[in-house]
Each structure stands twice: as structure tokens, then as C-alpha cells.
Design a binder for this molecule. Structure first.
Ligand code: KE4
Length: 416
């Protein structure tokens, strides 16, 4: 297969032959497919195979691949040059669109990746509060900046330890790890670190241990405990932003964070991400952050077009339709697999966990049978369905997934 030949060649050039680890298909025990092109809900590998795509580039392609309106706008923008390193009106237009969608984004900064957005938001939180410690949740992923590549310290050691080679302990000692959906674990950290915690960063719907939904009151609790302790609440909406609702999870759940990060959808598939929030917090002037390609005229064009289309489609019921599509897939998976799986779904985000127990946090998620997931993944791939090559990622449904696509997916599941 041409994919295999390309994989061999890439492995000689790039570690693992890929530019992001999950793409290597390691946990599903086969070589990755090399992609030739994609359109709408479909993705085509270099061997001419067509798949219904539920990775959607890990979230950005909510309109479907190669949306003519977005591609057309990008092509036109390219004629005026690709990057200036100087301000353009497009940055303001995109910032206005973002604020229209997410009112808490009173002041923003455009960057190039979710990692950069989160890293910068945490720096602003530390600069604003003058505090060094941060709280994150086990199983939540916020990009690969050093201080966030942590695994919870052992019971005794509340400070985190690095979860990657090359990260000095000093870079992770200020990162405290709590348990998702466990308010007591957060309260305990605030009691043990009075006046020292700058912020709590959370995926309002966790989607990096598979999809794990916030239990009733959890996000409200985080809003209250951060406020009571003069710490900031950061919603990492890189996945949920513009997906769960046009205003993201903060609209969907009605909880307003102090700072938020967005990526993926906001760039329409081009490298663009955002951090921002309360204008009294975001002077940034005292906190250094910069970027050669930040606010790039091509990426901002893709973002503007995407958010404009989402706002229009919202009026035509886009988000209700995405919820229906997600629910249809989730309900059918429960019907086909019975109690051998646990399915979490909200809007167009879902995960099928190969475990019979409820999945509500990291420990219950990792109890899933990853071997069974790999078998499911490969069976579905053979049937023309391209799923995340990991049990601990999400299924993403787009506006381009048709009723026929969903039926074909359900039929393929039924063969399992
Ligand atoms: P990027 O640096 O990959 O643009 O964004 C990092 C990030 C931040 N916050 C959340 C909630 C995220 O999910 C991510 C990145 N998501 C992964 C998928 N789970 C990207 C895919 C990959 O790493 O290849």
C-alpha cells in the first residue's frame, strides 16, 4: 500500500513518521493511513479508499472538509500576500466575531495553536494574581507546554512530576492535579495552598480522556471556589468552543470563566488559536507574549469565514441538528453493544468506551479495554469508517455528515 511506503519514508525523516503522536495509530496496532484529500464528511487515503471521517482534523472541520465558502475566501486572501508581521483589519474583524459569539472574551490575543493559547493564558493568570501555582485535572490535556506535561504526584507528593522526558521537575512543581468531577479534590488543594493558586484550568467537557461530561454542579463549584479564593477560572475550550454552542461550553452550561482558550474551529482548519477574557485581566502588557504569525491574514480569513457561517447556520438550527446526529450515533452504539460499552455524548462530541462501568473521570476512563477498542477501530476502518485511533479521543460529527453517512456508520457498528 502506498500509505505503508510513505510511512516507511516518513519514519526515516520524522520521529514516529508523524508530526503529532496520535496520528501514528500506535494504540490501534496498524500503520497510519496517509491522506490524499478530503471533502465534506469524507476523507480519502493515498490508496484511493474513501472513509466517513469522525476525526475531522481533531475538531476544526465542524463545517466538513474543504467547505467551498472557506476555501474560496482563503484562496482570495492569498492573492494579497500570505503574512505581513503587521496589524490588519482582519484581526479586529475576527476579534469582534469571537466577542459576538463569546461575550466573556472582552480582550483577546490571537496565537497559532491551542498549546500556545493555554500557555499564554496561564502566564496571564500568574501575572495578574502574582501567584505561581495552578490546578489542572488528571486526564485533561491542554497542549504540550512544559508545566502541563505532568502526572499526578504520588499520594504523599502533592506536587506533580513530569510526564515527559526533557521537562525539569522545577517546571512542574507548581502544577497541582485534581480529579475531574471531584470537587473535594479541588477543595483540598485550595486548603493546602491557601493564597498560592493563580488559576484552575479545566476542559468544561473533557475530551482528551475520551469524552467525559461535567457532573451537575461541578463547573459551578469551580466558578465559586476560584472566586472565593481570588483565583482565576480558565475554560480550555479548544475542543468545545463553537462546537457545543456558538458560545461554546460557557454558553451551553451558563458558567462564565475569567479567561478562555479556543483553537481548532476558530481557525477553520488553519493554525490559529485564541486566549482572552476579562479586560481588567488582559492588559498583557506586563505579561510578555509574541508570535511571528499570530493573527496571520490567511488564518484569520479562515476563522472569520467559519464563525460567520456558524452564526448563520445557528439560525437554521445547526446546533440542534449536531445534537441529534450525536445522539443518534450514541443511542445506536448503546443498542448494538449493550452494556459492554459506556457511551458519553454531548452535542457533536461522543466517545464509546469499551467498559461496562460508567465513565465519569480519569480512573473510570482508563479502565476501558483498549484492545477491544482497537478491534472496533480496525473493523470500522475496514467498513469505511475513520474513527479516532485511540480510545481516549473523541468522535467529532460535522454539519457535512449526512443521514446516509450516519446510516452507513450505524450499519457498520451493527456488524461488530
Ligand atoms: P494544539 O496545540 O494541538 O492546537 O492544542 C492543544 C490542545 C489544547 N486544549 C485542548 C482541550 C486540546 O484538546 C488540545 C489538542 N487536542 C488534541 C486532540 N485531543 C490535538 C490532536 C493532536 O495532539 O494531534
Amino acid at each position: 500500500m502506498k500509505s505503508d511506503t510513505l510511512y516507511e519514508r516518513s519514519r526515516e525523516l520524522m520521529p514516529g513518521g508523524v508530526n503529532s503522536p496520535v496520528r501514528a495509530f500506535k494504540s490501534v496496532g496498524r500503520n497510519p493511513l496517509f491522506i490524499d484529500h478530503a471533502k465534506g464528511s469524507k476523507i480519502y487515503d493515498v490508496d484511493g479508499n474513501e472513509y466517513i471521517d469522525y476525526v475531522c482534523s481533531w475538531g476544526p472541520m465542524i463545517l466538513g472538509h474543504g467547505d467551498d465558502r472557506v476555501v474560496g475566501a482563503v484562496q482570495k486572501a492569498c492573492e494579497n500576500g500570505l503574512s505581513f508581521g503587521a496589524p490588519t483589519e482582519k484581526e479586529a474583524i475576527l476579534a469582534e466575531r469571537i466577542r459576538q459569539c463569546v461575550p466573556s472574551m472582552e480582550r483577546i490575543r490571537l496565537v497559532n495553536s491551542g498549546t500556545e493559547a493555554v500557555m499564554s493564558a496561564i502566564r496571564v493568570a500568574r501575572g495578574y494574581t502574582g501567584r505561581d501555582k495552578i490546578v489542572k485535572f488528571r486526564g485533561c490535556y491542554h497542549g504540550h507546554s512544559d508545566g502541563l506535561l505532568v502526572k499526578a504526584g504520588s499520594g504523599v507528593l502533592t506536587q506533580s512530576v513530569p510526564d515527559s522526558a526533557g521537562v525539569p521537575f522545577d517546571y512542574t512543581k507548581n502544577t497541582l492535579v485534581a480529579e475531574y468531577n471531584d470537587s473535594d479534590s479541588v477543595s483540598k488543594l485550595f486548603e493546602e495552598n491557601k493564597g498560592e493558586i493563580a488559576c484552575v484550568i479545566v476542559e468544561p467537557v473533557a475530551a482528551n480522556m475520551g469524552v467525559v461530561l461535567p457532573e451537575e454542579g461541578f463547573l459551578k463549584f469551580l466558578r465559586e471556589i476560584t472566586r472565593d479564593n481570588k483565583a482565576l477560572l480558565i475554560f480550555d475550550e479548544v475542543i468545545t468552543g463553537f462546537r457545543l454552542a456558538l458560545g461554546g461550553a460557557q454558553e451551553y452550561y451558563g458558567i462564565v470563566p475569567d479567561l478562555s482558550t479556543f483553537g481548532k474551529i476558530v481557525g477553520g482548519g488553519l493554525p490559529l488559536a485564541v486566549y482572552g477574557g476579562r479586560k481588567d485581566i488582559m492588559p498583557v502588557g506586563t505579561v510578555y507574549q509574541a508570535g511571528t504569525l499570530s493573527g496571520n491574514p490567511i488564518a484569520t480569513t479562515a476563522g472569520i469565514e467559519t464563525l460567520t457561517i456558524l452564526a448563520e447556520e445557528k439560525e437554521r438550527g445547526l446546533y440542534e441538528t449536531l445534537e441529534e446526529k450525536g445522539k443518534l450515533l450514541a443511542d445506536h452504539a448503546r443498542k448494538v453493544f449493550g452494556d459492554s460499552v459506556w457511551v458519553n455524548q454531548t452535542g457533536s462530541l461522543l466517545s464509546i468506551f469499551f467498559t461496562s462501568k460508567p465513565v465519569h473521570d480519569y480512573a473510570s476512563a482508563v479502565a476501558s479495554d483498549t484492545k477491544k477498542y482497537a478491534e472496533y477501530f480496525n473493523a470500522m476502518l475496514e467498513r469505511g469508517i475513520y474513527l479516532a485511533p485511540s480510545q481516549f479521543e473523541a468522535m467529532f460529527v460535522s454539519a457535512a455528515h449526512s443521514d446516509d453517512d450516519l446510516k452507513a456508520t450505524i450499519d457498520a457498528m451493527s456488524l461488530s
